[in-house]
Write a protein that binds this ligand. Structure first.
Ligand code: COA
Length: 333
């Protein structure tokens, strides 16, 4: 059986840096509230007319392809994770296919929110392990800033999210000990409405109801923050242990853990739960906020660029988010 290795990584974030202090000009909040509760200091916001969800994916993908020493014509499948697509339909995957002139390969959009990149990586891994495809591009890209409720009703959500994109190229290898060792995916729809954007909705008469487009309306993300927090700090360690046990490994064997950047306090709780030293866990939420499906590929790329990931290292990716969905991936680099 083939195995899949990550051979190229890239990310793109918009130029516009929005600090917590900048946010206080836009909404009713304080620098201190945001920083102490989330660890975030700044995030990036897209530039209207320059960045789009798929254009950011294009930039991240170009870097990942270049580092993989591959061209778009080498890619056999696009897997595109996002909760903020350019259009209601079609998905952003085909826009990336068009923009980079890929062959007429399948473009698969993944809707698993913060877990989107891990769901995407797992999907790509299965296509490679079965021998169906050789090279696969997995992307996570998000533009949140155009869809946040900056009124008091949405301020606990608006301060968290940022824009950005990350990409990884996976390729087939015959080495059985290297690459993606296993992936573990879960969901629990009981909590679907605890973190969600409910409109435009196909199960109401007027799916574009103007009333719902006003502050506090259903076109904006709603979040039961404490609920999400509680589940995240339970599910993330649980699914990391599931991955370790499946491979007869323990937390001590990990060289680096790259969690979805949900909230600095969630990352810290996961670190403590697994008793990992600080240098073994990646946290960049202070710079970008929560970029949902893009957060893991951005953090993974940065960690790799900083030399924090070396050949043979045991790398664990973990995510939790809306759905609820959660998952992990264990990789021998
Ligand atoms: C979002 C989160 C930081 C909010 O913290 P919290 O302590 O639960 O905050 P609450 O929403 O209960 O609000 C507490 C108070 O702060 C106020 N508040 C909310 N947002 C605020 C803001 N941006 N600025 C200032 N005050 C704010 C509330 O109005 C409330 O005031 P009150 O006590 O006078 O009623 C926290 O719940 C969290 O991190 N949850 C996890 C969310 C997450 O990671 N989501 C991503 C999913 S992957």
């Amino acid at each position: 059986m083939k195995n899949s290795r990550i051979v190229g990584l890239g990310y793109y974030v918009p130029e516009d840096v929005v600090s917590n202090t900048d946010l206080t000009q836009r909404m009713n909040t304080t620098e201190e509230w945001i920083h102490t509760r989330t660890g975030i200091q700044e995030r990036r916001y897209y530039e209207v007319g320059k960045d789009t969800n798929y254009s950011m994916a294009v930039e991240a993908s170009k870097t990942a392809l270049e580092r993989a020493d591959l061209t778009p014509s080498d890619i056999d499948l696009i897997v595109y994770a996002t909760l903020s697509p350019d259009y209601y339909f079609p998905g952003s995957g085909v826009l990336l296919q068009r923009a980079l002139n890929f062959r007429n390969i399948a473009a698969l959009d993944i809707r698993a929110q913060c877990s989107g990149f891990i769901y995407g990586l797992s999907t790509a891994d299965q296509f490679i392990k079965t021998g169906m495809y050789k090279n696969i591009l997995v992307v996570g890209s998000e533009i949140h800033s155009s869809g946040l409720d900056y009124s008091d009703a949405g301020r606990h959500v608006a301060v968290i999210f940022g824009d950005g994109a990350g990409a990884a190229v996976l390729t087939a290898t015959d080495e059985s000990e290297k690459g993606v060792l296993s992936t573990h995916l879960h969901s629990d729809g009981k909590y679907a409405e605890e973190l969600a954007v409910l409109y435009p909705s196909s199960h109401v008469e007027n799916k574009f109801d103007p009333e719902e487009q006003k502050a506090g309306g259903k076109f904006y993300p709603i979040m039961n923050g404490s609920y999400v927090f509680k589940h995240a700090v339970t599910r993330m360690p649980e699914v990391i242990r599931e991955a370790l046990e499946a491979n007869d490994l323990t937390a001590e064997d990990l060289d680096i853990l790259i969690p979805h950047q949900a909230n600095g306090r969630i990352t810290e709780a996961v670190r403590r739960n697994l008793d990992l030293p600080e240098e073994k866990i990646v946290s960049n939420i202070q710079n970008y906020g929560n970029t949902t499906a893009a957060s893991i590929p951005i953090a993974l790329t940065e960690a790799w660029e900083q030399g924090r990931i070396q050949e043979d290292d045991l790398v664990c990716l973990v995510a939790f988010g809306s759905g609820f969905t959660w998952g992990s991936a264990l990789i021998r680099w």
